[in-house]
Structures are given as C-alpha cells and as structure tokens.
Design a binder for this molecule. Sequence first.
Ligand code: ATP
Ligand code: MG
Length: 359
Amino acid sequence: MSTLTEHAVLDALRNVREPELPGDLVSRDMIKNLVIDGSRVAFTIELTTPACPLKDEIEADVARALKPLGAETIEVSWGAMVRRSGPNVPQQQVLPGVKNIIAVASGKGGVGKSTVSVNLAVALAQAGASVGLLDADITGPNIPQMIGAEGQPKATPAGKIEPLERYGVKVISIQFFVPEGQPVVWRGPLVGGAIQQFLRDVDWGELDYLVIDQPPGTSDAQLTLAQAVPISGTVLVTTPQDVALADVAKALAMCRRMNVPVLGIVENMSAFVCPHCGEATEIFGRGGGERFAREQSIEFLGGIPLDVTVRQGGDVGVPAVAQREPGPAAQALTSLAQTVAARVSVRAANQQQPVLSIS
Ligand SMILES: Nc1ncnc2c1ncn2[C@@H]1O[C@H](COP(=O)(O)OP(=O)(O)OP(=O)(O)O)[C@@H](O)[C@H]1O
Ligand SMILES: [Mg+2]
C-alpha cells in the first residue's frame, strides 16, 4: 500500500518551517489544496507575504520531507495572505482596509527616502501584493515624478479621493492638486492637515502595504503620522557619512519616543561600482549604516549602491526595479523589499496568538 496518504504528507510537512515564523507549515495552516495522485503531490503554501525571500529554502525542505514517502513529483504553488501588524492592531480605525503601514524616514534630506519608497512599493506590487504609496512630503513632493504618475485624482461616488495608479501601486501626492511648477508654501498645521486628509479621505480600499514617504527631519509630518495611524514599522534611510548618521540618530530617537516600531536601517549610496571596470569607490565612506545599526541595536536591512540607473529612473518615472535590465541597485532594492515584507510578517505573527503545534 502507498505510504503517500494525506495524513502521511501532512505529518511529514509538520517537520517543515517557514524559517522566520514560529510553528510549522501545518500548524500555521499554510498548506492548502493538497492533491495526491499516485506519486505526485501538489499543494499551495500560503505565505504571509507574496514577497517572501525564503521560497527556495522552504521548497527544498518540503522536498526533503516528502521524498522519503515516495513522492516523485512535488508541485508547490505559492499563495499569500498578508496579516495585519502594528501597534494597537484591533484599533486600526482610520485605515480599516490597510493591513500594514510602512514609513520611510531619515534625518537628513536627499539620502534616498523617496527612491526607497517608490522602489519598495513597486517591488511589493510586482511580487503580487496590493500596495499604496502616500507622499507625505507636502512641501517637497517627488513621488509623482519618480513613479511617473500624472493627472488629477477623481472623486469616488462616495465622495472620497481616488488615488492614481502606476505599476500596480495606488499613489497619492499633494503634487496632483497643485498647478505645475507652483510651490506648496504651508505652515506646519496645514501640512499635518493634508496628511490627515490623505489618510482619511483617500479611497485606499484593501491594501496589504501602505508605504509612506516622509519628508526629512523630525517635525509636523512625522508627528502627525505617528499620532494618526498605527505604523507597523519605519525603514530608516541613511547614507554612510557621519553627517547623515548624526541626523538619522535623531529620526530613530523620535521613533522611540513616539513608540513607532523601527524595522531597521538601509544604507543608500553605499559605493559606486564603475560600470566600465567594475571597481567600487566608496564615495560617502564605508559601513556607516551597519555600524550605526550595531550601536543602536537595530537591524541593518542592507546597502544600495550608487547606480546611475536609479537616478535616471527617478527623473523619468521608471523606478529601478521596473526597468527592463535591472542593475545592481535594482537587485538590492528588490531584496530590501523582501526583507522588509518578511520583517513585517514576523511582527504580525508575534502579535497574534501563539501557534499551537498539534502532534
Ligand atoms: N542609489 C542611488 N544611486 C543613484 N542615485 C540615487 C540613489 N538613491 C537616490 N538617488 C538620487 O538621489 C537624489 C535624491 O534621492 P531622493 O529624492 O530619493 O532622496 P530623499 O531622501 O527623498 O530626498 P528629500 O529629503 O529631498 O525628500 C535623487 O535624484 C535620486 O534619484
Ligand atoms: Mg523625498
């Protein structure tokens, strides 16, 4: 008699884990649509994020667990059910359809927050997640140009603002509401008011992730956001040199004071790799982000090299991760998106009931 029964397969899969989450694939209820047909086993693994970076590892573990049972063909399909995370999970009232809010912040200007925000949002959408991108930089909005979104949002029948859509990402920015070339010269309270409106009055619908591009510094926009919505986590962006690190320390201190979780820090413009000879030149110094992460006990989420295609893409509205031939920076940005999604999943899992392993 064949040992390849549903019971045996599930029993074997109890030995396989999503490496970053507690429990195993079966006790976490991640195995769906199991079909056994002779020596062929097919099922879907429902991940906690479509941008999971560990698919290969899980697939190899699954094969190791099922081969001894006589499974000759193992067909794994991937699904994802993103869980909600963030402080005050049950009290998420301002944005009831949004599961996770990811803020991108820095102390210093020009270090690459908007670049990281756009590429993070597009990479998550490319992985299959439903994603929104809120430009919280009210006086210096860059998101529309960087993602190539133009036009005026319409009102929905319910009187809400409909975000524009680019690369599968729902986008909102003050830029959509001001005449071309006109500056937004507003005092703090108005900045806070505009952000509140983007949170309350935009029809975001159901989102796995809402990415928020913050302006530099620690003032009105950051305060408004920290008080208005439960941020799942902040991604801090710095460049390697000391002046940027001194400023990002202030942004980190603000997150801590406001009880906003910090997912970790990204070092942008890490080194310039010459496209002709391949030599790396560390224009802004070396290892500053990593050192800072160690000193502050936060995670170093990775480095993104200086890459001309990032700047070009930002200028013409084709984000690096959406370019036809992704360069080294695009790969680093995609892997950053996977790491961020994985960390958010882990936070969500830790906030839920502990998973019971039934044997
Ligand atoms: N890794 C990179 N390689 C090359 N150019 C980059 C890289 N990251 C960002 N840039 C470019 O540097 C400039 C500043 O980046 P960006 O606007 O994302 O910074 P910012 O932190 O959002 O700035 P601000 O504080 O003004 O909001 C942009 O022209 C962008 O295209
Ligand atoms: Mg910016």
